[in-house]
Design a protein around this ligand. Structure first.
Ligand SMILES: *[C@@H]1O[C@H](CO)[C@@H](O)[C@H](O)[C@H]1NC(C)=O
Ligand SMILES: *[C@@H]1O[C@H](CO)[C@@H](O)[C@H](O)[C@H]1NC(C)=O
Ligand SMILES: *[C@@H]1O[C@H](CO)[C@@H](O)[C@H](O)[C@H]1NC(C)=O
Length: 289
């Protein structure tokens, strides 16, 4: 169970990483306008499906066949209808409150929250916040993709790590495989030279560690226990560029090293870029291999 929980966390971390890369761009905006996230009091679509589920489970026998058909979030026509209903709610509120004024709605959120993102002035934001149907209005803000804060953000030091016996055993016995741009074996996140508590020799691991000119013998250790590269297709198709790619497990890009360290990197590794100290990094399952 605990291992499943950690796996889920890892998955969430990857998703967060992706979401942040996609979403956290600055919108071009005029001087006096800004993007606000407006949340409404009316329940989102998820709540609607939950209600239906509850109503359905109360009437055991002879439960209405119509209800059981509706009680299916996967029902496209139903979720479309619910989406359109909430969308109309947003547009009509904006039309009513900002009648004749300029505004630009960027997104409507309907499933987990009922709200929208809109480019408006602070005065318009104030008008919206005074409405009875509005729960809150907050200024949108940019988020840095600084992974040094992720364990705290996910509550791992007081949560999953404690259940696993602390960060120095969280992930013990788990081998994580990455398919990515490669890995830098000299990165301290993958060092196995822990003074106490040496990494165990994995019992059932049968993967191999390739040796190439860029990935010499000794690149693997008890933390980074295997690595292979698969460039034959790119080479055959003539799209392999030897001045930026390596025909080896070595990471010519940095992305693979980054994602592997998020999931599995050692705990307490100082992150210093151009003299700036960004804090200490840790994998989410620092004891995994
Ligand atoms: C979805 O809901 C509609 C009623 O709105 C119903 O006619 C249809 O059979 C449902 N489809 C599924 C796959 O449950
Ligand atoms: C290979 O990569 C280098 C460095 O990024 C680039 O300057 C060069 O144009 C690339 N060659 C080809 C054939 O794409
Ligand atoms: C970061 O780790 C170093 C040891 O590598 C330690 O001295 C320092 O206190 C740590 N900093 C934080 C903010 O945890």
């Amino acid at each position: 169970m605990e291992k499943t929980y950690l796996t889920h966390i890892l998955f969430v971390v990857f998703c967060l990483d992706m979401v942040m890369r996609v979403c956290c761009q600055d919108y071009p905006s005029a001087e006096v306008t800004a993007v606000y996230i407006v949340t409404l009091k009316h329940a989102p679509a998820y709540n609607y499906y939950d209600e239906l589920r509850k109503r359905n489970s109360v009437s055991k026998h002879g439960s209405s066949p119509v209800l059981s058909r509706l009680d299916n979030p996967g029902n496209v026509s139903r979720s479309d209808a619910q989406y359109c209903y909430i969308l109309r709610m947003h547009d009509s509120l904006l039309r009513k409150v900002l009648s004749g004024e300029k505004y630009l709605k960027l997104y409507s959120y309907h499933y987990l929250i009922n709200g929208f993102a809109v480019l408006i002035t602070p005065q318009q934001a104030n008008k919206l916040s005074l409405r009875r149907e509005v729960a809150n209005v907050v200024l949108d803000f940019s988020v840095r993709t600084a992974t040094t804060h992720t364990p705290q953000f996910l509550g791992l030091p007081q949560g999953a790590w404690v259940q696993e016996g602390g960060y120095n055993s969280a992930g013990e016995g788990i081998v994580i495989g990455f398919i990515d741009t490669g890995i830098d074996p000299t990165h301290p996140s993958f060092a196995d030279d822990l003074a106490a508590n040496a990494y165990p020799v994995p019992q059932h691991f049968s993967g191999i560690c390739e040796v190439t000119r860029d990935f010499p013998s000794g690149s693997c250790n008890r933390k980074l226990i295997g690595a292979r590269h698969f460039a034959a297709s790119a080479i055959t198709r003539g799209i392999f560029n030897a001045s930026q790619d390596y025909a080896s497990p070595f990471d010519g890009d940095g992305h693979g090293t980054h994602t592997a360290s998020i999931a599995s990197g050692n705990h307490g590794i100082p992150v210093i870029v151009a003299g700036h100290h960004f804090g200490n990094a840790s994998g989410m399952a620092p004891r995994s291999q």
